[in-house]
Design a protein around this ligand. Sequence first.
Ligand SMILES: *[C@@H]1O[C@H](CO)[C@@H](O)[C@H](O)[C@H]1NC(C)=O
Ligand SMILES: *[C@@H]1O[C@H](CO)[C@@H](O)[C@H](O)[C@H]1NC(C)=O
Ligand SMILES: *[C@@H]1O[C@H](CO)[C@@H](O)[C@H](O)[C@H]1NC(C)=O
Ligand SMILES: *[C@@H]1O[C@H](CO)[C@@H](O)[C@H](O)[C@H]1NC(C)=O
Ligand SMILES: *[C@@H]1O[C@H](CO)[C@@H](O)[C@H](O)[C@H]1NC(C)=O
Ligand SMILES: *[C@@H]1O[C@H](CO)[C@@H](O)[C@H](O)[C@H]1NC(C)=O
Ligand SMILES: *[C@@H]1O[C@H](CO)[C@@H](O)[C@H](O)[C@H]1NC(C)=O
Ligand SMILES: *[C@@H]1O[C@H](CO)[C@@H](O)[C@H](O)[C@H]1NC(C)=O
Length: 440
Amino acid sequence: MLRLASTLLFAYLATSAAAADDEDFTPPDCSLDKHCPEKYPCCSVYGQCGTGAYCLGGCDPLMSYSLDSCAPMPVCQSTTYKWDNLDKAAKNNEYLGNATESDWVYSGFPELEDGNLLLTMPKNSVGSLFANNHYVWYGKIGADIKSSRGQGVVTAFILLSDTKDEIDYEWVGSDLSEVQTNWYFQGILDYTNGDSSKVNKGNTFEEWHHYELDWSPEELKWVIDGKVVRTLTKESTFNESSNRYEYPQTPSRMQMSLWPAGQASNAQGTIEWAGGEIDWDAQDIQERGYYYATVGEVSVECYDPPSGTNVVGDVSYDFKDDAGLDSSVEITNNKTVLASLAATGLDMDYGSNSTGDNNSTGTTNNNTSVPPNLGGTGNEPGSSTGSGGDTASTNPPGSFNQGIDDSSGDGDNAAASPNERALKGSFFAVLVAIVVLITM
Ligand SMILES: *[C@@H]1O[C@H](CO)[C@@H](O)[C@H](O)[C@H]1NC(C)=O
Ligand SMILES: *[C@@H]1O[C@H](CO)[C@@H](O)[C@H](O)[C@H]1NC(C)=O
Ligand SMILES: *[C@@H]1O[C@H](CO)[C@@H](O)[C@H](O)[C@H]1NC(C)=O
Ligand SMILES: *[C@@H]1O[C@H](CO)[C@@H](O)[C@H](O)[C@H]1NC(C)=O
Ligand SMILES: *[C@@H]1O[C@H](CO)[C@@H](O)[C@H](O)[C@H]1NC(C)=O
Ligand SMILES: *[C@@H]1O[C@H](CO)[C@@H](O)[C@H](O)[C@H]1NC(C)=O
Ligand SMILES: *[C@@H]1O[C@H](CO)[C@@H](O)[C@H](O)[C@H]1NC(C)=O
Ligand SMILES: *[C@@H]1O[C@H](CO)[C@@H](O)[C@H](O)[C@H]1NC(C)=O
């Protein structure tokens, strides 16, 4: 499927870009040591430079052209999300930063069932990703979740910041008795951060459980069904050589996803972590046509920013320096909405018809304005691509690589950044890997 997806992706890019002047343009990649060029200033979560959606959720200010290349981040909003419809969920190529209009941005194949959201993963697809557009800068997020099941199938409920602080719950479908917990500071890999917790009654697929992340400036708690199962104090994360707290501390987006860690072409270590290769003919595929995780009510309760924060507004979070710490963040009235997919944080009105820059088609195409994303482009059930959903995966072993080396074949890929993350439990690495493959 993945090779198929990339073929289709190229086909559609070729078509859609026929009018663009830079037909063979490949977006530059970016890292801490290699910032984006001014023309494509935004470094996406996948480590590639572009405009438009590249400058929204996941845009890394520390790898972009400048700190203000990424659009400001919509502030936290305390609320409860229910699933009567998907009116406030936008596909990732439709969202321009108005979080009031679209609470969520997604890729893949969401379904609604009995008032719940199903994150689905049809046969040979790369699953679904749902990200909230209101950043949380400390707060308590909670969700009723029934995980997916089956070896190689991973469900995730996480907080991920644009500078790659990350707090995770992950369910590996081969072990329904527990959930894995993990955290990262600026994407720095530390194998000792991971842990797991047994879940009462021992079946995360059959039983609803309530999973919370209670994240304050001083401590982080993982809470399952009202019981604290793990605590991380900020104090415990002090690093004397870097002289800083290496604690997740920057505005983060809540994300829920289902993805195929046990894809046959993945690194062996990942497949093992995921409990083995995915069985694309498993019961759920046969009976429902997809693997699925079920999400009920999701709630967000925002906490106050750290004391000492520069608060001059209530619309957005901005980075004012490149340390990537909580002292780097301020709260302002800067707007968060881009006028077009050619706009960036440097010129948010670009492409609007009320400005002189009335024509954006010459400077944007889908490669450089909407990052390729997890979710099986061109493979949506019912799409005009016909047999896509049932085509067997034929991509060569190693082509879907978990981002720990450069064997993905494109040499200087995004996964080879100094911040690169290993496979185990790393949501970010998986996204990078998927994209490296799809864009190869
Ligand atoms: C998109 O990027 C791919 C490689 O990443 C490149 O081969 C292709 O030509 C690009 N298409 C456009 C329209 O820029
Ligand atoms: C955001 O707002 C602050 C304070 O109001 C201002 O100093 C800063 O320049 C703004 N940043 C951008 C990117 O507009
Ligand atoms: C965002 O969307 C809301 C609701 O559709 C609308 O009222 C508001 O004007 C929009 N804001 C911007 C800046 O476009
Ligand atoms: C502490 O910081 C140093 C310097 O940045 C780094 O090399 C080291 O790995 C860090 N230690 C831990 C335990 O993260
Ligand atoms: C901007 O362009 C859109 C269509 O491209 C049009 O619907 C809208 O009325 C225009 N707005 C202004 C202010 O000209
Ligand atoms: C933008 O372009 C449209 C046609 O594409 C035109 O009708 C409109 O007047 C232009 N607006 C400005 C501000 O130049
Ligand atoms: C916009 O720019 C492109 C490329 O520069 C050009 O081909 C196209 O005709 C322009 N469209 C309008 C409406 O001016
Ligand atoms: C990008 O692709 C979509 C189809 O997914 C198409 O509607 C849109 O026109 C394309 N945009 C550009 C700038 O090529």
